[in-house]
Design a protein around this ligand. Structure first.
Ligand code: 4NP
Length: 144
């Protein structure tokens, strides 16, 4: 799961998707394309909305997306088009590019981007949680 900062959207997406899989069988992680918050825990508002739905993300630590992630992971879900181009610019070949997908392309919501809630209020986080959960449910159905 990849977003810009790895403190709002992708930590939530990591927690939500991991909650739908047996951690012994499927490993889910998240990263940011930017390095502003490396080493930090997720944004308090993401921690709060996850906790509201019984998911604990407070022990996650922000890291930056790296080229090795293309080798380590089978699927790379990005939150918006800007994340898509940032991640794609690091790919070495077509196989790596083919692993990258907009998270919301897994569902038909009528839009394809998970909006960045960083500068908004708490309702932005609830909204983002619902989109992420809908997409992760579809992924879990497909892969489980
Ligand atoms: P995220 O949100 O990409 O969902 O983690 C952001 C968090 C921080 C910043 C931008 C987006 N920032 O500019 O610090």
């Amino acid at each position: 799961m990849v977003c810009l900062g790895n403190i709002c959207r992708s930590p939530l997406a990591e927690g939500v998707l991991q909650s739908k899989f047996d951690p012994e069988k499927v490993f889910v992680d998240s990263a940011g394309t930017a390095g502003y918050h490396v080493g930090n825990p997720p944004d308090k508002r993401s921690i709060a909305v996850a906790s509201k739905y019984g998911i604990n993300i407070q022990n996650q630590k922000c890291r930056r997306f790296s080229r090795e992630d293309f080798i380590k992971f089978d699927h790379i879900y990005v939150m918006d088009r800007s994340n898509y181009s940032d991640v794609a610019s690091l790919a070495n070949n077509k196989t790596e590019v083919s692993k990258i997908k907009l998270l919301l392309s897994e569902v038909e919501l009528g839009f394809l981007e998970v909006p960045d809630p960083y500068y908004g209020g708490n309702d932005g986080f609830e909204n983002v949680y619902q989109m992420i959960d809908t997409a992760c449910e579809a992924i879990a159905k497909k892969l489980n």
